[in-house]
Ligand binder design. Structure first.
Ligand code: BDP
Length: 639
């Protein structure tokens, strides 16, 4: 009963068919952007059924009028902001509110005003001046609503934005979870319940990414899709522009190089632009000037009666190709070896909130390490991060939030439908990023269960139909006999933790077991393999020689034992290695975790452990062997 109330809005109609685009809001001569980051009023609904906010319509007046509020920064998770453990571990609806002054020039007939939430975990309902404008299921992707029409109804009203966010996970959410009620009154107080999850990171919640208001003219560029190729020295940019708000419009597209010079143009809404003497987009450490971006300026002109509209949107475009053979991953027809990391969006205090100092620090560490890639384990990361990847040439495996699918009931129709909708939203958001080279639909599901086969066949086929230009994978753990998804993927991604979760302390078994793993998988599927996770926990500053588990020495030796096998197999069919994990990160409390997962090669505060130096030496050596170092670097010490 409580669950029904907690999850009251799960049955809301979700827009499954995506008939609009989700271009990242950018300023232009026709568009303005206003960030609503900063302090919002906040209240957790602590009523027994967590539903008082809806029953008493907290959205109808200012939040401070219906009860006490506290300051809450946006973007940030709310969990670690106060000293209150019940807020850290809160499950249910929390309410955010902010009043905004909208410039008078925005409230005119010819403009759209769009409210966009970069992401809020997990289910959100949004009101403006007490009127519901949208709702969204899913914690890692953007959603938006046009609110100009509403604001024009009474231009004297302030613009009060209320967002209710619920972090409850159910068997049908992505990631899934269950709510468990403890009914033994001799052990638990009345109403006691817990959220169970099957994934290894803290279920941070709140408004995690920027909230923006932006304008477009009434007739506007709604979406752009770009697919690139090249032939000898000529780049090919296949593009498609979709327009909303006008029955007829003219479009002019101009492709500009880095210096702002036009290299190709067209007046068709779709077509192919040819770029002579193309500068290709190359990964970091594969070329002297990685991350080359053109700019595709789309200019739309439309007329409606006596009004005319002009909209301008500029999309960064990297021209590159991706191909997969049975033994290689090719970028621009050259073999690419992933030497990179798995990350999390995770940090002290802000939790999963987008934080520029952290983002830039992480990119500096990635480059210092000589890493050329990362996987967005285990959910889509902020668009701002992918934009950095485009610019710096960091290659991305873009993962959906399909992590911890372990309960057979999470393979049912409702879950599958939602998983397909999430893939729609993910591909719609990220399709134009040159850095994104592969989609990962899930991490370590219970693949041994029978429905897994149909489930993954459907999700993978659907994703390939959405984007035929990129390979698709799903990440499995090492026992291939149980695998039900691998037959459908383009690249096999395997996680294994030899001499950690089994054979504890026996570092000497790693080479044999890893060799067996690779031979088994390649023998069975004849597809290229990425070691998508491997590693060991190390509590920074803990030492022992000979190595014992949890010391920096042990973590180092686990890595070195893996590396000896990678070096044999990368000449054959192993196309990458991604360490678990870039940095220590927070998890739920449990006997296997010491204030979080300590498999980072950096601490949560981004200080290196001994393993970071091992990896740095290795990655720069790999880069030196397989790529072309940028001119400013000098192996082995880049900085
Ligand atoms: C892997 C999971 C990852 C965990 C890791 C670990 O994919 O999310 O954090 O194990 O146990 O299996 O450290």
């Amino acid at each position: 009963m409580m669950l029904r109330v907690l999850w009251l809005f799960a049955a809301f109609d979700a827009a499954l068919l995506l008939d609009t685009g989700m271009l990242f809001p950018r300023e232009s001569s026709s568009r303005e952007v206003k960030a609503l980051n900063g302090l919002w009023a906040f209240r957790a609904d602590r009523s027994p059924n967590r539903n008082q906010g809806f029953e008493r319509a907290w959205y109808k007046s200012s939040l401070a009028e219906t009860g006490p509020v506290i300051d809450m920064p946006v973007p940030a998770s709310y969990n670690d902001i106060t000293q209150d453990p019940t807020l850290r571990d809160f499950i249910g609806w929390v309410w955010y509110e902010r009043e905004v002054t909208v410039p008078a020039r925005w409230i005119t007939d010819g403009l759209r005003v769009v409210l966009r939430v970069g992401s809020a975990h997990y289910y959100s309902v949004v009101w403006v001046n007490g009127v519901k404008v949208t709702e969204h299921e899913g914690g890692h992707l953007p959603f938006e609503a046009e609110i100009g029409t509403l604001l024009r109804e009474d231009p004297t009203m302030p613009c009060r934005i209320t967002i209710a966010v619920n972090n409850t996970l159910t068997l049908q959410t992505l990631p899934p979870g269950t709510i468990q009620y403890m009914n033994d009154r001799t052990r638990y107080p009345d109403g006691f319940f817990v959220q169970n999850i099957n994934f290894d990171f803290f279920n941070y919640a709140g408004i995690h990414r920027p909230v923006l208001l932006y304008t477009t003219p009434k007739a506007y560029v709604d979406d752009i899709t770009v697919v690139t190729d090249f032939l000898d020295n000529t780049g090919l940019v296949r593009y498609n522009v979709s327009v909303q708000g006008a029955s007829s419009a003219t479009v002019k597209v101009t492709l500009m190089d880095k210096g702002g010079h036009c290299v190709a143009s067209s007046t068709e809404p779709s077509g192919v632009l040819k770029v002579v003497d193309v500068s290709l987009w190359w990964p970091y450490l594969m070329h002297e000037s990685p991350g080359y971006l053109y700019s595709l300026e789309v200019r739309l002109m439309a007329a409606d009666g006596s009004s005319t509209y002009e909209d301008v949107y500029a999309l960064p475009v990297g021209i590159r190709t991706i191909n997969v053979t049975s033994t290689q991953f090719l970028i621009n027809n050259k073999p690419f070896y992933f030497h990179g990391v798995n990350k999390h969006e995770d940090a002290d205090i802000r939790g999963k909130g987008l934080d520029w100092p952290l983002v830039v620090k992480d990119f500096n560490l990635i480059k210092w390490l000589g890493a050329n890639s990362f996987r967005t384990s285990h959910y889509p990361y902020a668009e701002e991060i992918l934009q950095m990847c485009d610019r710096h040439g960091i290659v991305v495996i873009d993962e959906s939030p399909g992590v911890g699918i372990k309960d057979i009931r999470s393979f049912g129709n409702a879950s599958l439908t939602h998983h397909l909708a999430v893939m729609d939203e993910l591909v719609r958001r990220d399709k134009n990023h040159p850095s994104v080279v592969m989609w990962s639909v899930a991490n370590e599901p219970a693949a041994e269960m029978n429905p897994a086969e149909y489930y993954f066949k459907t999700v993978i086929t659907h994703t390939k139909a959405l984007d035929p230009t990129r390979p698709v994978t799903y990440v499995t753990c090492s026992n291939y006999a149980r695998d039900k998804g691998a037959p459908f993927v383009d690249v096999i991604c395997i996680n294994s933790y030899f001499s950690w979760y089994h054979d504890q302390g026996h570092l000497e078994v790693i080479p044999l077991q890893l060799n067996t793993q690779f031979e088994d998988w390649y023998g069975k599927y004849k597809k290229p393999i990425i070691q998508s996770e491997y590693g060991a926990d190390a509590v920074a500053g803990l030492h022992n020689d000979p190595p014992v588990m949890f010391t920096e020495e042990y973590q180092k030796e686990v890595l070195q034992n893996y590396h000896s096998v990678f070096d044999q197999k990368r000449k054959k069919y192993v196309i990458g290695e991604l360490i678990w994990n870039f940095a220590d990160f927070m998890t739920t409390q449990g006997i296997l975790r010491v204030v979080g997962n300590k498999k980072g090669i950096f601490t949560r505060q981004r200080q290196p452990k001994a393993a970071a130096f091992i990896l740095k030496e290795r990655y720069w050596r790999l880069a030196n062997e397989t790529g072309t170092l940028p001119l400013w670097t000098k192996y082995p010490c880049p900085l």
